[in-house]
Design a protein around this ligand. Sequence first.
Ligand code: ZN
Length: 249
Amino acid sequence: MNSGISDKDKKIIDWKCGNRCAIPECRKELIIDSIGNDQKSIIGERAHIKGEKPTSARYDPNMTSAERNNHQNLIILCCDHHKMVDDQPNTYTVEKLLEIKRQHEKYIRESTANEVINTTFAELNVVTQYLVSKQPATSDSYKVIPPKDKIQRNKLSTVTERLIIMGMVQVGLVSSFLDRIPDIDFGNRIKIGFVTEYERLKNEIHLTGDELFDGLMEFASRNSSIFLERAAGLAVLVYLFEKCEVFEK
Ligand SMILES: [Zn+2]
């Protein structure tokens, strides 16, 4: 780990690498959970693609220190593979490491999306089915007021607004469900999956307004035609919409 790296760059690189070693044959988890009174153990390191010091592997004298410590020049590796790539710079060239980094980030993006889908909805469906069976819609539920300004800023129609109102009825449930999950990263993983899909739909497919909302709705419900799965997906999507985690604030 290096002190020259800004906190922002650390966050970006950690988020993009999913805290796993980027070497494809490895992909070892780099954070070992805390046990009892002992803290977490971090067994990963932020390695420089173009070396940090003149004596380091792949050093480029034409770079500034800020460029060397930018997330674009960093790759997360386990301790063993950090040593290996620095001992073997003829095999692990700049080009090779950039390609490993690119492939790894793609792998993490895709597996995060799958993880969201696989872990989230199995559990959310349980909650949603419970909710439906208990018919918990009390009179309070009909008083939900959609965030009008946010709906306008995201160019959403009254049809989508009605969907949002439906989802809002269950938002409290999603929220308390997420609070109860012992895995503190669970909510964060859901958020990352949705933000990734939001950015993809917006920037690569150029969807806006209702189409963008519908696209995320498909993602949230895994294109399912089962009502409960769609309802669970809608609840999570509206939860994130309300919290301003996804969509324009
Ligand atoms: Zn490794």
